[in-house]
Design a binder for this molecule. Structure first.
Ligand SMILES: CSC[C@H]1O[C@@H](n2cnc3c(O)ncnc32)[C@H](O)[C@@H]1O
Ligand SMILES: [Zn+2]
Length: 432
């Protein structure tokens, strides 16, 4: 007998060999997809009738700072440097481990509700984010953020903590947690330090998560310091490879795109954060055209201000149609691919598609809603009309985290109240 059968669903497999199944069934056993199709096994512990719904791979958020939910709406409408240096960093200096746990748990709750099944995170007190991931049932690739700021002692201490974290949590939560090294950015970490971090990652077989060329200010600072941009500096120190997840990549030249393609670097595109901080428009159309693996991220809640990847999909599609003056750029199916298949590739997880043998990370989206009626094309509705609140069921590793809008794994009211209290007390400490 299977664990879960989802029947009568529109199955959006995202598997190019299988295509969509209009009235299909997905069978889950031991955390994996064991059958998919029209006629499958009949009995299971849990049978979900998904008539009027779409079952699809869970969404993958490839760049966020989960605990920053506590800073949602805290410092809006500012330049990035002022936002970070005058508001966010001073507030982060007051963060406690407990705050990071509360903020991360709130983020996990928000992600479960809006259809994200895995995410990549870089922050501080990462044991707490890992504990929240463990408790929530989500899948994540986590890294302790390293900000050297040309201070050798700080760099050594950060790297020591990064190493401890990588080794302590790799494969935890029944394999749902992977760990990475998280050097913040080329304009906050020296080339020498970044080379050391790369070596540590190589030794541990871990990936690297870094912000790259988010702003023009970074590009200008790099040219002044090294006589070349971040991409070429990172390439010259041997940093790049398919184990690298580079967030933002806004200020790229054609030559930079070629380096990223050649080295198999994974790019996380964060359109809402880039628009809100007015950082610029990443050349996503060109990157995709040239074969770079581009996925989607929300960034933290202080620059978004939510973790809803449905909003991110729509924004990405619209932004790149506008920026290229080409309405055929980034069609709905390609954007869905960025949020699922490309995200899973970036994180190296066996997810992102509904396919026999793959891990059972999937969501069920309710299509019987006024704003989703009529429905001529499912991918179109998912990208242009749906929102995270249309997700009715979320499954990770074969476990139901939310069923029919009811979160099964967390006490929702308690998570919200405790995050609210933690945020209020944190801001009071900052202002005292
Ligand atoms: C080293 S932990 C992560 C660090 O990054 C900060 N951060 C959040 N969003 C951004 C962004 O868009 N650009 C640069 N840095 C960002 C976060 O506040 C932490 O300090
Ligand atoms: Zn970020």
């Amino acid at each position: 007998m299977a664990d879960i059968i989802i029947k009568n669903a529109y199955v959006l497999t995202m598997d190019p060999d299988a295509g969509d199944i209009k009235k299909g069934t997905v069978v889950i056993e031991d955390g994996k997809i064991t059958e998919i199709g029209v006629k499958t096994k009949e009995s299971a512990d849990t049978v979900i009738d998904a008539k009027g719904s779409v079952v699809m791979p869970g969404l993958v958020n490839t760049h966020t700072h989960a605990a920053m939910t506590l800073f949602r709406g805290y410092a809006d409408d500012l330049q990035l440097a002022e936002w970070l240096e005058k508001h966010i960093w001073p507030a982060e200096a007051q963060l406690t481990a407990e705050d990071v746990y509360r903020g991360s748990l709130l983020a996990c709750l928000e992600m479960i509700r809006s259809g994200t099944t895995s995410f990549a995170d870089m922050y501080f007190f990462m044991d707490e984010t890992a504990k929240a991931v463990e408790a929530s049932g989500l899948r994540a690739s986590l890294s302790h953020g390293l900000i050297e700021l040309w201070n050798e002692e700080k760099g050594e201490n950060d790297l020591k903590e990064g190493k401890r974290f990588v080794r302590a949590w790799q494969g935890a939560a029944k394999g749902r947690i992977k760990t990475m090294y998280g050097p913040h950015a080329p304009n906050t970490c020296s080339d020498e330090f970044l080379a050391k971090v790369k070596e540590a990652a190589r030794q541990d077989g871990a990936g690297l998560h870094i912000h790259v060329l988010e702003t023009e200010a970074e590009l200008l600072a790099m040219k002044e310091r090294y006589g070349k941009c971040s991409v070429h500096m990172l390439d010259d120190i041997g940093f790049f490879g398919p184990d690298v997840l580079a967030a933002h990549c806004v200020w790229l030249s054609d030559g930079d795109i070629e380096v990223l393609r050649e080295k198999g670097v994974n790019v996380s595109h964060n359109p809402i954060s880039n628009m809100k901080l007015a950082s610029g428009t990443a050349p996503v159309y060109k990157m995709l055209e040239r074969g770079v693996n581009v996925s989607l991220g929300t960034d933290g809640c202080a620059s978004n201000n939510n973790l809803d990847l449905f909003e991110e999909m729509k924004t990405a599609a619209l932004l790149h149609k506008l920026s290229t003056c080409n309405p055929t750029a980034l069609p709905a199916r390609q954007v869905l691919q960025m949020a699922t298949v490309n995200g899973a590739k970036a994180l190296g997880t066996e997810t992102g598609m509904l396919k026999t043998g793959m891990k059972a990370d999937m969501i069920i989206v309710d299509m019987k809603k006024p704003h989703l009626t009529p429905c001529f094309d499912v991918p179109s509705h998912l990208v242009y009309s749906a929102g995270g609140s249309d997700v009715r069921t979320t499954i990770v590793d074969g476990k139901i985290l939310m069923q029919d809008y009811r979160v099964m794994v967390l006490d929702e009211q308690k998570v919200i109240e405790e995050a609210q209290k933690a945020a209020e007390e944190l801001v009071a400490r900052v202002n005292s």
